[in-house]
Design a protein around this ligand. Structure first.
Ligand code: FE
Ligand code: MN
Length: 331
């Protein structure tokens, strides 16, 4: 039987034949979604940013908070993949996917360089926000302290406790960081785009969200495969610990949402961003076979259309003619 971790028989250079076709599928989906930030014009965004009348103070604050969070969060994610996950996941098709994901994180990092450059933002201000803005710092600190086992010198994935630590950290990277902490920001920037404001950045956020939905799907498939191959680790106690982590993450993401957008946006109140975070968290829990906690309805049904690639959008038609797996996207 195949073993995705702790398989001493695996030759990391021998990718064929494959055991985990889902990893291959996610790789292909990532390639089909290929993009770079320079393909999106920032002309209108620059005009709106410089105009004294187009954007309200609330909207400017929201844009800065989201650029500040994502500018460093993308590097943090890239570092976790390359420095922590890659050495323990030796399966070749998973590693092929991890290399693709690492590249996409480089594209996302590049997106925020492009945004800072085109809007003429102060890089010291933006790139220090994860230290200076408490609601952003709290999220990053939470992920960093949550995901330290895999970074510890000499850490191996041998034995029940260590496999649990590894799953715990993977949940920190994928389910919490990419799956929960990115989503209030996605909803805010796409809500702004729907009002025809900062549509260039909004379009870049749509591309990032599509990439992230695949990262999240890969991460959940990896987590679920390790669970299926090592069922003894998925104890009721460990499941309860994971649910508590997710609940704590939701509190931090809701605090971030109120801090980034205290007054809400035209037609959206701040509470709806917070409800959206709870709705998303339930979906993440269910994806790794845990029960829902919040039972919220999706306050933003339009968010699903932003990742549903079967509904082709204007900007997308020029780049991707066919997309294979609209059904497996996470949002
Ligand atoms: Fe990313
Ligand atoms: Mn990612």
């Amino acid at each position: 039987m195949a073993q995705i971790i702790n398989n001493s028989a695996v030759d990391p250079n021998k990718i064929l034949p494959m055991s985990y076709m889902w990893a291959r599928e996610h790789y292909k989906n990532g390639v089909a979604n290929n993009w770079v930030p320079e393909e999106v014009s920032m002309q209108q965004d620059v005009e709106q940013w410089k105009s004294p009348s187009v954007l309200s103070e609330t909207e400017r604050h929201l844009i800065l908070w989201n650029l500040g969070f994502f500018a460093t969060a993308e590097s943090l994610t890239a570092n976790n993949i390359v420095l922590a996950i890659y050495q323990h996941v030796t399966n070749p098709e998973c590693r092929q996917y991890l290399l693709r994901q690492a590249y996409e994180e480089a594209v996302h990092t590049d997106t925020f360089i492009y945004c800072c450059d085109s809007l003429g933002l102060d890089p010291d201000m933006i790139y220090n926000m994860y230290q200076t803005v408490p609601s952003i710092k709290a999220k990053d600190d939470f992920v960093i302290q949550l995901t330290t086992s895999v970074f510890a010198p000499g850490f191996t994935t041998q034995g029940l406790k260590n496999i649990q630590r590894f799953i715990h950290d993977l949940i920190g990277y994928y389910v919490i960081m990419e799956g929960i902490f990115f989503y209030a920001g996605f909803a805010m920037m796409l809500a702004l785009k729907r009002q025809n404001k900062m549509v260039g950045i909004g379009e870049q956020f749509e591309y990032i969200m599509r990439d992230e939905s695949i990262h999240l799907a890969f991460g959940c498939d990896l987590i679920n495969t390790i669970k299926a191959e090592n069922p003894e680790i998925w104890t009721p106690q460990f499941q309860a610990e994971i649910i508590e982590l997710v609940k704590h993450a939701v509190i931090l993401e809701k605090a971030y949402a109120y801090d980034a957008c205290p007054q809400g946006l035209l037609g959206i109140n701040a509470d709806q961003f917070s409800e959206y975070v709870e709705y998303i968290a339930d979906r993440r829990l269910e994806r790794i076979d845990l029960p829902k906690v919040y039972g919220r309805k999706n306050p933003f049904p339009w968010m699903s259309q932003s990742t549903d690639l079967s509904k082709e959008k204007n900007f997308f038609e020029t780049r991707v003619t066919e997309y294979q797996t609209a059904g497996s996207l996470e949002w």
